[in-house]
Design a protein around this ligand. Structure first.
Ligand SMILES: [Fe+2]
Length: 318
């Protein structure tokens, strides 16, 4: 393993000396990076073996519940929870707010609350054309990768109201771990993803019918002292920078994401009452079945935010 300092990443003075988090100065300093890497792998492996956080009242988390969620988010940028309490849009908002997720980003299909109800749309509904609103598999991505780089989605939450009869499992991979694995394989390739012209979403028409200009930006960047990522594995309506390095790094990413035996990836079929809060980590969704007898099918509440997770008010900004 060797260093991959990146000239596009400034090192904020306030982060110097803190090697617990993958900030700009840790990325740029090989000695500190090696320290961070060893600590990260240890904490991630320990965290992925831990049980889901049981939550009594989502609107009023206890100190112990907050601490358990925080420990997991610090280790792998996401946390799974489970609650038996009654749950609605307001409960999800309250849960998220206690984790520092406050600035909600609604899409055109969101409900009045700003939260989206993700389910397989009925025939004739326009949203059926969008894969999240179908029962088809969703490939690896971070949420809102088509947003302007200046207004990224930094956190989101998913809450399962009803699971599908079969299928619908999610896989999750902390984007810091993807960076680590890429840098292990090819430091220069990991560094090229910080270029601000590496990924372009061509102009198109949004779900609201409005024209969307092309969005060009990096895959990795450091914001508020932490690594963020913008990515999709989809092939259509995506323009990657034409270069041998970018082609090579995409092949490495695919091989990492398609490794079914990765101990650093979480695969889980969320049950009713279970959810995830995260700093917009990489994720996918398997195809799922829709009840043939007219019973209500899989329903997941989704809330997206400009904020990162930040407990006790720290680190929650974009
Ligand atoms: Fe997503």
């Amino acid at each position: 393993m060797s260093a991959a300092p990146n000239p596009r990443v400034a090192a904020p003075a306030e982060n110097r000396g803190n090697d617990r988090f993958l900030n700009a100065s840790v990325i740029a300093d090989p000695v500190r990076y090696r320290r961070w890497r060893a600590d990260k792998l240890k904490r991630a492996r320990g965290c992925l073996a831990q049980p889901v956080v049981e939550v009594g009242d989502p609107a009023h988390l206890t100190a112990a519940e907050l601490s358990a969620l925080r420990e997991r988010v610090e280790a792998v940028n996401f946390a799974l929870y489970r609650t038996a309490a009654a749950f609605d849009h307001l409960a999800l908002k309250r849960l998220c707010r206690q984790a520092g997720l406050a600035r909600l980003v609604a899409n055109p299909f969101a409900e009045a609350s700003g939260i989206s109800e993700i389910r397989a749309a009925a025939r004739g509904q326009s949203r059926r054309a969008y894969i999240p609103y179908s029962n088809r598999a969703l490939d690896w991505h971070t949420d809102g990768y088509y947003h302007p780089p200046g207004r990224p989605i930094n956190g989101f939450a998913l809450h399962t109201v009803r699971a599908a009869p079969r299928g619908g499992a999610n896989q999750l991979l902390d984007h810091e771990i993807l960076y680590l694995l890429l840098r292990d394989r090819a430091p220069a390739l990991a560094a090229c993803l910080f270029a601000d012209d590496v990924l372009t979403i061509p102009p198109g028409t949004g779900a609201d019918g409005a024209r969307r200009p092309a969005q060009t930006g990096p895959v990795f960047w450091v914001c508020g002292g932490r690594l963020q990522m913008r990515f999709t594995l989809r092939q259509r309506h995506i323009c990657w920078k034409e270069s041998p390095q970018v082609r090579a790094v995409l092949a490495e990413i695919k091989s990492i994401l398609n490794d079914p035996d990765s101990p650093l990836m979480l695969t889980r079929r969320l049950r009713a009452g279970e959810g995830i809060i995260c700093n917009n980590v990489l994720h996918n969704r398997a195809a799922f079945t829709v009840p043939a007898d007219g019973q209500p099918g899989r329903l997941v509440l989704r809330a997206r935010f400009y904020d990162r997770i930040g407990f006790n008010g720290e680190g929650g900004g974009a």
